[in-house]
Write a protein that binds this ligand. Structure first.
Ligand code: DPP
Ligand code: ZN
Length: 858
C-alpha cells in the first residue's frame, strides 16, 4: 500500500464551497445524488478535479447540468477535467448499507441507517475531495419509508419536511457552518428523544435531543446532565459558546469508535450514552460524562477550527482530550482524575511509545489513517498541551487558546498554528518545545539529589529513546514540578517548577540543614519516566505525607514497582523480599487507616501497577514471572492486612447507594478489598463476594463482586454468572460486561472460557462492542494472553484473520498486543512473532491490518 507523507502536502486543486446531497433511503439500497459547486483553488496546482471514492461506482456524472462521459477512474477516485474556474458537478451513486460490515460510510444498525465518515468514510457514500482542508456548506435532503425511518436527521437545522402519498416522507437539513466531509452525518430510524434545552451565555436557547431506541429513554438522563454541564463549562473555562439552535446526539449500538463529533449531530456508541444505577457502574458514569464532554468540546476544537490534513490529528484530539480531562476533573475529584489519566497513559501509551508502532504525536507518514487514532495522538497529545498549560499557568494558557480560536476560526489549521498561537497569546517561548511534536519515545529522566552544608542539589539528565525511523534524538524541554520535604516536620517550603531543557542540568535549593526528601514530577507534570534513587523509607514517607495527591500515589507505585521488578529479576534475597513487603505493607496500612483521605483516593492508592507497566520497566520481560510475583504480593497483602480489609469491606458495605463522592468511594473500596481478599483469603472473599452480589442494588457492586468471583474456582462463580446472564438478557451493554469479566478473569481455565464464549449464541463478529468485550478483555489479560504454550496468541491471531474481512479497522486494533514480541522472553517471543507471520501470510489482508503487522515484524 502507498505511504502517505506529511511533507508531501499540497493544497487542494479545487474547492467545494457548497454541496447538496439527496438521499433516497433504503436499508439494502440507498441512492445518493450529490451536487457540488466547485471552484478552482488559486493556490492549487491546476490539476483535474479529483473526487475520492471507495467501493462505489459513478452511476451518472453531469457538469453544469449536462451529462458527460469523459470522466475517468484513477484507482477508486473519479477524475474530471474541467475547463473553467467554477462549475456545477453532479454525481449519482448507490450503496448497500446492510452489506456495510466495516461500519464506515453509510451503514445499517438494527434497521436504522447511520453514518461514520471520519477519517475517510465519506468517500464510501459519494465521490468527493475527501480531505479535511476542503470545507463546504451542506444541504441534505433525504426521503424514505416513514414506518421504517420515522426520524430523519442530519447536521445543522431542519429547514423543511413533509409526507408523500406513497408512505414515504422527507426532510431537508441545512448546516450554515462550512465543514470538511468527515463531519457529515445522517441518521434515519425509529428513535425516541430525551428533549431538553440549554440557554447559552449570550441568552440563545438551544434545543437538545438525545435519540435512542424506544425503551432506552430512561437511561439518557446522565448523558443529558453531562451535556448541559459540558456546555456551561466550555463557556466558563474556554469562553466557547455553542453556535447552532439545535444539538442532537444519537446512540448507536454498532459503532467502531466511542463517539463522533459530527456538526450538530453527534453519533455515539450506546456505551457512552446509556446509564442508570442498575446497568452502569460508577466508571461507566464517568466515561459517559467524559465522552459527552469530549465530543461536545470538538465543536470548537475540531469543527470550528479543523485539521489541515490527518497528520494534524492531535491538533483536535490532543487538545480535546485535555479539555475533557479538565472538565471531568472539575466535575469530580481532580486528584483521582489525574491518577486515572496517568494510569491510562502508562498502560496504553508507554508501550506504544517503546514498541514497533511508536510514532510522534504528529506522525510523519501512514498507510492507513485509521491506525493513527492512538493513545499517542490522543493521550500523549493531551499531555504535551498540558505541559504548555503548566508552564504558562491557566490564565496565560487561556490567552493562548483565545488567540488560537480567534485566529483560525473557520480554517483547517496545523499543530504549528496551535503552538504559535499559544506562544503569541501566552508569551511563552516554545521554540525547542516543538520537538515534542516530532520526536517519538518516552523520555527517561535520571535524577540524583545530593546535600552539602545547607544546600540540596538536584542533578538531572534526560535521554529520548531511539524509535523506528528516529535513530537520533534531541533533548526536549521537560517541566518538572518539584518539592523538597523536611523529614522532621513532614512539610516542604513551596513547590518549584523547573524546566530541564538540556541533556543534563542541575538545580540548587537552599535552607536545608539535613538531606530533604525529593518529590518530583508532581501532578505528573511531564509524560516522562523518572529514575530516581530513593530509599524505601523516603517512598514510605512520601506515600504518607506528600500533599500532592498524585505524588503520594506515585510514591506507593514506585515502592511496589521497585520491589516487583527486583523480585522478577530473581535479585531478591529472602531478607530483601521480607523488607520490601514490610515497607509496602506499612504504607498500605497507613493509608487504609488515614482518616484524612477520602475513599475515592484511598481506593486509587490501593491499585497496584499493571503488569503492562511493570513489563515496561524491563528490557525483556517474562510475563509469567511478572504475573506470579504481582499475585504473590497481592496474596501477601490480602493475608497480612486481612482484618483491616474486612473492616473496610464492612464499613463500605453499610453505605447506601447514592451518586455522591462518599458513596462512590465506598463502592470502590468494596471491590478493592475483595480483590486483595480473593488473593490472600479466597474463602472469605468468595463468601463476601456472593453476599455482595446477591444484595447489590447497583451495577458497581454487582460487577465488582462478579469480577472477583470470576477469578475463583468456586461454585458461587457459576451461580452468579448464570444469574447475571438471565437478569440482563437482551441488554447488550450489560451482556458485554458478562463476556469481559470472564475473558479478563484470573481463573485458571480462562482460555477454555474464552473459546467457549466465542461459540455462545450471544457472540457475534459483527458488533464491535461484543468483539472487544470478549477479545480485547482477553488480549489485555496477561494471565490468558501470555499463557506459556502460546495458545493465547493463537486465539488473537485467529480473531484478526477472521475479523479482518468483516471489520478491518477493529481487527487492526488487536495487532499491537502481539507486536510486543521484542520485549518478551525468548520462548513466548518466538510464538508471538510466528503468529504475526501467520497473519502476514494470509491472502488479501486489509490495508489496516497489513500496515500494523508489517511494522510489528519489521
Ligand atoms: N470520534 C472520535 C473522537 O472524538 C474521532 N474524532 O475522538
Ligand atoms: Zn475526539
Amino acid at each position: 500500500p502507498p505511504v502517505i507523507r506529511r511533507e508531501d502536502y499540497q493544497p487542494p486543486a479545487w474547492l467545494v464551497p457548497e454541496i447538496a446531497l439527496d438521499f433516497t433511503l433504503g436499508v439494502d439500497a440507498t441512492r445518493v445524488v450529490s451536487r457540488l459547486t466547485v471552484r478552482r483553488n488559486p493556490h492549487g496546482d491546476g490539476a483535474a478535479l479529483r473526487l475520492n471514492g471507495d467501493n462505489i461506482a459513478p452511476l451518472g456524472v453531469k457538469v453544469d447540468g449536462v451529462a458527460v462521459n469523459d470522466w475517468r477512474l484513477d484507482g477508486a477516485d473519479l477524475l474530471i477535467d474541467l475547463a473553467g474556474d467554477a462549475h456545477a458537478v453532479e454525481v449519482e451513486t448507490a450503496v448497500n448499507p446492510a452489506a456495510n460490515s466495516q461500519l464506515m460510510g453509510l451503514y445499517a444498525s438494527n434497521g436504522m441507517l447511520c453514518t461514520q465518515c471520519e477519517a475517510e468514510g465519506f468517500r464510501r457514500i459519494t465521490f468527493f475531495p475527501d480531505r479535511p482542508d476542503v470545507l463546504s456548506t451542506y444541504r441534505v435532503r433525504m426521503a424514505g419509508d416513514k414506518a421504517a425511518f420515522p426520524i430523519l436527521l442530519s447536521n445543522g437545522n431542519c429547514v423543511a419536511q413533509g409526507d408523500d402519498a406513497d408512505g414515504t416522507h422527507w426532510a431537508e437539513w441545512h448546516d450554515p457552518w462550512p465543514k470538511p466531509c468527515y463531519l457529515f452525518a445522517l441518521v434515519a430510524g425509529d428513535l425516541v428523544a430525551n428533549h431538553d434545552s440549554f440557554t447559552t451565555m449570550s441568552g440563545r436557547k438551544v434545543d437538545l435531543n438525545i435519540w435512542v431506541r424506544p425503551g432506552d429513554e430512561a437511561r439518557t438522563h446522565h448523558a443529558m446532565a453531562s451535556l448541559k454541564a459540558a456546555m456551561r463549562w466550555d463557556e466558563e473555562t474556554f469562553g466557547r459558546e455553542y453556535d447552532l439552535d439545535l444539538f442532537n446526539i444519537v446512540a448507536v449500538s454498532d459503532f467502531n469508535m466511542g463517539a463522533m463529533e459530527n456538526k450538530g449531530l453527534n453519533v455515539f456508541n450506546t456505551r457512552y450514552v446509556l446509564a442508570d444505577p442498575e446497568t452502569a457502574t460508577d466508571a461507566d458514569y464517568d466515561a459517559v460524562e467524559g465522552v459527552i464532554g469530549h465530543e461536545y468540546f470538538h465543536n470548537w476544537s475540531g469543527n470550528r477550527v479543523t485539521c489541515r490534513d490527518w497528520f494534524q490529528l492531535s491538533l483536535k484530539e490532543g487538545f480535546t482530550v485535555l479539555r475533557d480531562q479538565l472538565f471531568s476533573a472539575d466535575m469530580g475529584s481532580e486528584a483521582v482524575k489525574r491518577i486515572e489519566d496517568v494510569r491510562v497513559l502508562r498502560s496504553a501509551q508507554f508501550p506504544e511509545d517503546s514498541g514497533p508502532l511508536a510514532h510522534p504525536i504528529r506522525p510523519d507518514s501512514y498507510q492507513e489513517i485509521s491506525n493513527f487514532y492512538t493513545a499517542t495522538v490522543y493521550n500523549k497529545g493531551a499531555e504535551v498541551i498540558r505541559m504548555m498549560r503548566t508552564m504558562a499557568g491557566p490564565e496565560r494558557f487561556r490567552q493562548g487558546t483565545d488567540l488560537y480560536f480567534a485566529r483560525h476560526d473557520g480554517e483547517a489549521a496545523t499543530c504549528e498554528d496551535f503552538v504559535k498561537a499559544i506562544e503569541d497569546g501566552s508569551g511563552l517561548d516554545l521554540g525547542r518545545f516543538r520537538l515534542w511534536y516530532g520526536q517519538a519515545g518516552t523520555p527517561q529522566v535520571k535524577v540524583a539529589l545530593t546535600h552539602a552544608g545547607t544546600t540540596a542539589t538536584l542533578a538531572l539528565s534526560q535521554a529520548v529513546p531511539v524509535t523506528p525511523g528516529q535513530p537520533e534524538k534531541q533533548p526536549m524541554p521537560i517541566p518538572l514540578r518539584v518539592a523538597l520535604f523536611d523529614r522532621e516536620s513532614g512539610r516542604h517550603g513551596g513547590e518549584r517548577l523547573i524546566v530541564l531543557d538540556k541533556a543534563s542540568d542541575s538545580f540548587t535549593f537552599d535552607g536545608f540543614s539535613a538531606p530533604p526528601v525529593l518529590s518530583i514530577n508532581r501532578g505528573f507534570s511531564a509524560p516522562v519516566s523518572i529514575e530516581a534513587d530513593r530509599s524505601n523509607a523516603d517512598l514510605v514517607f512520601l506515600a504518607a505525607h506528600d500533599d500532592d495527591p498524585f505524588a503520594r500515589y506515585e510514591a506507593m507505585q514506585s515502592l511496589v514497582v521497585r520491589h516487583l521488578v527486583a523480585a522478577v529479576g530473581g535479585g531478591l534475597s529472602p531478607d530483601d523480599r521480607a523488607a520490601g513487603r514490610a515497607a509496602i505493607g506499612e504504607a498500605f496500612a497507613a493509608f487504609l487507616a488515614d482518616g484524612a483521605l477520602d475513599d475515592l483516593m484511598r481506593g486509587e492508592l490501593m491499585i497496584l501497577p499493571s503488569e503492562t507497566y511493570l513489563a515496561e520497566q524491563l528490557l525483556v520481560a517474562d510475563p509469567g514471572a511478572i504475573h506470579a510475583e504481582r499475585e504473590a504480593l497481592k496474596a501477601w497483602l490480602g493475608h497480612a492486612l486481612q482484618a483491616a480489609l474486612i473492616a473496610l469491606h464492612d464499613r463500605a458495605s453499610a453505605v447506601p447507594y447514592s451518586r455522591d463522592a462518599a458513596a462512590r468511594g465506598a463502592r470502590k473500596l468494596k471491590t478493592q478489598a475483595l480483590i486483595y481478599l480473593a488473593a490472600g483469603a479466597p474463602e472469605e472473599a468468595a463468601r463476601r463476594a456472593i453476599a455482595q452480589y446477591r444484595a447489590a442494588d447497583n451495577m458497581t457492586d454487582r460487577q465488582g463482586a462478579l469480577m472477583v468471583l470470576c477469578g475463583l474456582a468456586v461454585p458461587e462463580r457459576e451461580e452468579a454468572l448464570a444469574d447475571f446472564h438471565a437478569r440482563y438478557h437482551g441488554n447488550a451493554l450489560v451482556i458485554d460486561k458478562w463476556f469481559s469479566l470472564q475473558a479478563g478473569s484470573l481463573h485458571p481455565q480462562v482460555l477454555d472460557h474464552v473459546q467457549a464464549l466465542a461459540g455462545h449464541p450471544d457472540f457475534t463478529m459483527h458488533n464491535p462492542n461484543r468483539v472487544r468485550a470478549l477479545y480485547m478483555a482477553f488480549a489485555v489479560n496477561p494471565k490468558g494472553f501470555h499463557v506459556a504454550d502460546g495458545e493465547g496468541y493463537r486465539i488473537i491471531g485467529d480473531l484478526i484473520r477472521r475479523l479482518d474481512p468483516i471489520n478491518p479497522q477493529t481487527a487492526a486494533r488487536f495487532v499491537p498486543p502481539l507486536g510486543r514480541w521484542r520485549r518478551i522472553e525468548p520462548g513466548r517471543s518466538a510464538m508471538m512473532r510466528a503468529e504475526l507471520e501467520r497473519i502476514a501470510a494470509a491472502p488479501s489482508l486489509s490495508r489496516d491490518v497489513l500496515e500494523q503487522v508489517t511494522k510489528s515484524l519489521g
